[in-house]
Design a protein around this ligand. Sequence first.
Ligand SMILES: *Cc1c(COP(=O)(O)O)cnc(C)c1O
Length: 454
Amino acid sequence: MMRYKYLLDEKDLPTHWYNVLPDMKTPPPPYRHPVTLELMKPEDLVPVFPLALIEQEGSQERWIEIPEEVQDVLKMWRPSPLYRAARWEKALDTPAKIYYKWEGVSPPGSHKPNTAVAQCYYAREEGLEGLATETGAGQWGSALCFAAQLFGLKCKVFMVTISYHQKPYRRIAMETWGGNVVPSPSSETKAGRDILAVDPETSGSLGIAISEAIEYAVTHDGWKYSLGSVVNFVLLHQTIVGLEAKKQMEMAGDYPDILIGCVGGGSNFAGLFLPFLKDRLDGTKPNLRVINVESTACPSLTRGIYAYDWGDTAKTGPVTKMHTVGHSFIPAPVHAGGLRYHGMAPIICRLLEDGFVEARAYHQNAVFEAAHSFAQAEGFIVAPETAHAIRAVYDEALACRESGEEKVILFNNSGHGHFDLAAYDAYHRKELPDYELEEEKIQQALAELPKIPA
Ligand SMILES: *Cc1c(COP(=O)(O)O)cnc(C)c1O
């Protein structure tokens, strides 16, 4: 008899996050100060992030306890189910066994609340009044508003103007969870006013919204800033996904040959793969393959270079060594807004450099073809970001059909696409806008990287 899903009990929720830093062959190099470019001291981050998170960022402890109150909130939807995509396997006529971890069951509909809940807990413990953040299409903003509400915190969200007007449903969700959402650039910060003075009709950008959120946090007593991806502590919080999936794969009696996920800043996929990669780092599973999938519109791992760069367009955040297409690069407006980040998590970049993980990029048209096929077989309509992972699974499954190999593939199904149906509509009507690989624009942006003092 075919078994379709593997469920854990609430009592099986992991009690510790897995910190990969002590197990890495080479750790990611330290951050640098956005202005002086000198090595950054932990104190430099104190006005920006809650103290407990700064500590976690550089921790050398392999297992870090998940506070009980955080576990308690996560149990609203965790442990999340692990599915066998048996109907899709059949539709693709592949001997491969395809499994996926389904993160769309959280109230905001993605993996993002896994870290939002932890960040709000530490902010509340520190006695803060609120957290400020930026959001593009609204997935991160809605996760943070949802979590802030549960911990009695205020949440201020700077939402990129063009999305604020084009995608009102995420804004309405954020407001339902008690958030205060303003279009960015706004008149509430100096960064926003400066931009509006020059161009009152601007559509905004994530880089500007980050600058506004940081400025709001450091100029308001009792407020700090919150980030939804890229940094070590966010990846740490997301490892709950992989820790659950490992137990569920054991229930299924399989161990993955290939792990696949989409990467914007890298948090959902690192959350899935790091607990498995531990087995490759310690030599138990030397052949485990880990495939990071990005968008050809913003190909930091596949076309960028490994170098120090600013984390945000306005150069207010830490300078980080990562694969980057340049902080001034503006990607084509693809539907997968979460994959339009110019850099990548330093942990993933280091692992790529050391040959422990791989990367590939897909065009928007290719990913919706695969997501469409997945929705018809499995039912779930996934987020445009997740569709990138699904395309890679599709290609690996078809390769197994050619070779006759019965590989075990596990991917992270990071979220649902119920607020992104316009993208599916455009795909059906063959109206997805095309875009070129912007080699020249990338070269221009790479010329603007910081010159690091020797
Ligand atoms: C934000 C988002 C992503 C991309 O962010 P990562 O930090 O790379 O995980 C992927 N999938 C969904 C559903 C998202 O909301």
